[in-house]
Design a protein around this ligand. Sequence first.
Ligand SMILES: [Zn+2]
Length: 247
Amino acid sequence: MAKLSWDVSVLLPGTWRGATSVLIANDRHRMVVDTGMAHEAHLLVKALEKKGVRPSDIDLVFNTHFHIDHVLNNSLFPNSAIYGSQQCYDWCRAAYADLLDEQNWEKLALKYYPETYDYERSEELMGKLRKLALRWWDPRRLGDPSQFRWVETHPLPEDLECLVTSGHVPGHVSLIIHGQDGRVVVAGDALLTRDHDEQVLTMIPVNRKLFQQDRERILSIPGRILPGHDQEFSTPRKTADTPVTQK
Ligand SMILES: [Zn+2]
């Protein structure tokens, strides 16, 4: 019988300036989860090469969300289907288009980030976000529109599960992989880092309360956790000896 269990390995480890990119593969599919920034293209290709995989071998891409640090090498995989949330795609495309509006971007940004001014360094953060957009945003690098399979209407392949984590951006999806050795969560930016999200808060969450809840939800899942901008770690497995509730 064919071995269908997913094997999960990190291609680009997440750092405060670069997003985690992951290869998941079984006998049927090879999927890249989040594809990084344009200037990381050669690193991504090299990391795939090390696994004996060419870009043309990738038949599936999954985007946790459509911020520039997660999607700009989708275009390396023109033959793949791309899974992502349509809600998130539409939201991010509209947000970047408005951020590039020379005259009104500051006002328009509030439409997307209504909690902006609850943050101390909000002006600086929004300015940075705009600068990144000016420098890197290029919708052509997202892949051809015909490649998209919206998770709202398309089921994922076997043993893959979407966890909607909308605190970071609306429609953000973390990916849960039910592998041979237990569960793996590719958190995307629902969990930026293991301990210190504030240090990589290049982006303020759309909804801070929901963002906190998403984070706790992910940390409650026993297994391997791959944050959006940090090294992977494991949460303890629940065993028969571990009391679920403490009295
Ligand atoms: Zn990110």
